[in-house]
Design a protein around this ligand. Structure first.
Ligand SMILES: Cc1ncc(COP(=O)(O)O)c(C=O)c1O
Length: 427
């Protein structure tokens, strides 16, 4: 995509002062409404990425805007680590009501929610190591990065806590070359068969950290038994189960927490992204018993920030009142069906998978090898056509539109996507 003059100028200025970010797409946004983003040149885009699964409630939500403005008039920040205020308490009460957990630690991002969960698990268990999964993504701060196993370049040059990685249930490319269901969920059992016998003692393992559906690693949906097996292994070894719901939570899969789809309950849950409605917000939740750590064991400056709490509370209210969980299932089924039809027509689409509106398609070569180049081209062509898509994993395109998206917008987005597929020679 050739950026216009205004966009080019901002991109040039950005490159002089902004550090570390990749940004392969030259899209300079200006404003957004519902499921549509407008760039600085005035061109509109249907958004199938939701700012990385953040804008579940859609852009420009009136209820959230009002709640934040009312709070802004009263007070922006109170120093919640030192003083009391009602708004963060209301938010925590709401989160507890929606999840059944009893205590909350509030923060500002996904990685922070994960760091709090890690510290809590280390503190509670008095153990020193953790287990996570290949292709997992839990964030870029050093603790969370130790858990992350998605791309090796994320980890280059950085020291790590003791985390051992094991197989996730990636059935499309089974790491053990087995077939479900005959496999007996061998990937989960590797923990007992190998890891806990030869690599890491379960007695040193504070927690197993898992994404209900792997996000950045490639939108990988495990079969129904996988999480139950992990839960059993945790229970038998007195290990805490930490669910990272940062991308999968917030009704994206129909349920408020995606692990509910698997009838499994974690001991500690990390949430962020969509629960703030676009305002930075993280939350780590657990039981009163586990979260009975002493005052001062963990703290931050902005956790419980009044604006973020008001925005978060209004977001959760909006999600519930608009039944976004039901919408995610309904629209997700519709989108999944269309994508499966595309898979029949276009051999470049090797796999379509997801729950609700957390859907990924895997772009492959004829021999089923991952085709990252083609994937990147399709995303770029879609962007030129007016559709925002983002990659995940080795060659996956993720479809995570706002949960308020209309069928009409899904159809328009898919039309652009299909044109991008067709314009991509060799598909
Ligand atoms: C599952 C998961 N955990 C943690 C994170 C990190 O969140 P943040 O980027 O807000 O630190 C992400 C971000 O994509 C994520 O998808």
């Amino acid at each position: 995509m050739k950026p216009g003059q205004k966009s080019r100028e901002i991109i040039n200025r950005d490159s002089k002062v902004i550090s570390a970010l990749t940004r392969p797409y030259e899209l300079v946004v200006d404003h957004a409404d519902g499921s549509t983003v407008f760039d600085i040149e005035g061109k509109s885009y249907i958004d199938f990425a939701s700012g990385v699964a953040v804008m579940n409630i859609g852009y420009n939500c009136k209820k959230v805007k009002e709640a934040v403005c009312v709070q802004m008039e009263k007070m922006v920040h109170c120093g919640f680590s030192d003083f009391y205020a009602e708004m963060p308490v209301k938010l925590a009460e709401k989160l507890c009501k929606m999840t059944g957990y009893e205590k909350v630690f509030l923060s500002n991002s996904g990685a922070e929610a994960v760091e709090a969960a890690m510290k809590l698990a280390f503190w509670y268990s008095k153990r020193n190591s953790m287990v996570a999964f290949y292709r997992a993504f839990h964030g870029r701060t050093l603790g969370a990065l130790s858990l992350t196993g998605s791309k090796i370049r994320h980890k280059e040059n950085f020291p790590s806590l003791r985390v051992v990685h094991s197989h996730y249930a990636y059935c499309y490319r089974c790491p053990l070359n087995l077939d479900y269901p005959g496999c007996g969920i061998s990937c989960a059992r590797e923990l007992e068969r190998t890891i806990f016998k030869r690599v890491l003692s379960p007695r040193d393992t504070a927690a197993i950290v898992v994404e209900p559906i792997q996000g950045e690693g490639g939108f990988i949906v495990p079969p129904p038994e996988f999480h139950k097996e992990i839960r059993r292994i945790c229970d038998e070894n007195n290990i805490l189960l930490i669910a990272d719901e940062i991308q999968s939570g917030g009704f994206r899969t129909g349920k408020f927490m995606a692990l509910e789809n698997f009838d499994v309950r974690a001991d500690i849950v990390c949430m962020s992204k969509s629960i703030g409605g676009g305002i930075p917000l993280g939350a780590t939740l657990s039981t009163s018993e586990i979260m009975d750590w002493p005052a001062g064991a963990h703290a931050n400056t902005f956790g419980g920030n009044l604006l973020a709490s008001a925005g978060g509370l209004a977001t959760l209210d909006f999600m519930e009142s608009k039944k976004l969980g039901e919408k995610a299932v309904e629209k997700g089924n519709y989108l999944m069906k269309q994508l499966n039809d595309f898979r029949e027509k276009y051999p470049a689409i090797g796999d379509v998978r997801g729950i609700g509106l957390m859907i990924g398609i895997e772009i492959v070569k004829e021999n089923k090898e991952s085709d990252a180049e083609k994937r990147d081209l399709i995303i770029k062509k879609s962007l030129e056509g007016g559709l925002i898509l983002l990659p995940a994993g080795d060659s996956v395109i993720r479809f995570v539109p706002p949960l308020i998206i209309s069928k009409y917008e899904i159809d328009n987005g898919l039309q652009i996507f299909e044109n991008a597929l067709l314009n991509n020679s060799g598909i």
